[in-house]
Design a binder for this molecule. Structure first.
Ligand SMILES: [Zn+2]
Ligand SMILES: [Zn+2]
Length: 212
């Protein structure tokens, strides 16, 4: 095993829907009314709309300032990164279920003396990397304009908006929000390049953790 393998370019043959199947949504909180909602780019939502001057809460019409958006985005990113660095490990034997942080003491053998299982990361570098790429995709102008983003809801989900935004409007909104989206993308890109470096370091330090 070598964690460098996980850093290959993402498979472009996959749609975002498949590639980001396991990711967690980006959750924002309206500074005006405290409503929490998932943000899925320039898509129809009952909770928010993209306007020509940025993100607006559908409940109270509060207009997010760029700083309100980027600081919430950054704290969501940090939450995922700290989840990774907390380094919880779990036993791969489904009948055992041991979870621990004590990797340096016990190595890759399960802590349960009678168990033949192997300990592995609960939240892998690949999952974190995928999560950050998903966050980046939400603010990718081109992806938004081509309507290639992972949908927030399944079509039969009662939370789903009744009708989609007309394509001509998506295109116009993409252009109008280009500067904002590029700023947001650069927030996540900074973490992605830091992570790529750390994963390589972590991979060599913890190589003994990876089952052959
Ligand atoms: Zn609101
Ligand atoms: Zn075990």
């Amino acid at each position: 095993g070598n964690s460098g393998d996980n850093l290959q370019p993402l498979d472009s043959a996959l749609s975002d829907e498949e590639r980001f199947k396991e990711v967690t949504s980006l959750t924002l909180k309206c500074p005006g009314c405290d409503q929490k909602f998932p943000f899925g780019g320039i898509v129809a939502s009952k909770y928010y709309q993209m306007t020509f001057s940025g993100l607006q809460c559908a409940r109270c019409n509060h207009q997010f300032s760029p700083i309100q958006l980027s600081s919430q985005f950054e704290s969501d990113i940090r939450m995922h990164i700290s989840r990774y660095y907390t380094g919880y490990l779990k036993c791969d034997d489904s009948t055992c279920g041991v979870v621990t942080r004590q990797i340096s003491v016990f190595g890759k053998r399960c802590l349960n003396e009678d168990c033949m299982g192997v300990m592995g990361y609960c939240y892998t570098d690949k999952q974190l990397y995928n999560q950050l790429h998903y966050f980046a995709s939400l603010f990718n102008v081109d992806k938004n304009k081509r309507e290639l983003l992972k949908p927030l809801y399944r079509p039969d989900d009662p939370e789903a908006a009744e009708k989609k935004i007309p394509t001509s409007q998506v295109l116009a909104l993409g252009e109008q929000n280009r500067e904002l989206f590029q700023t947001m993308e650069s927030v996540v890109q900074k973490y992605l390049s830091n992570c790529a470096r750390s994963f390589v370091d972590m991979g060599s330090i913890f190589d003994f953790m990876n089952p052959e």
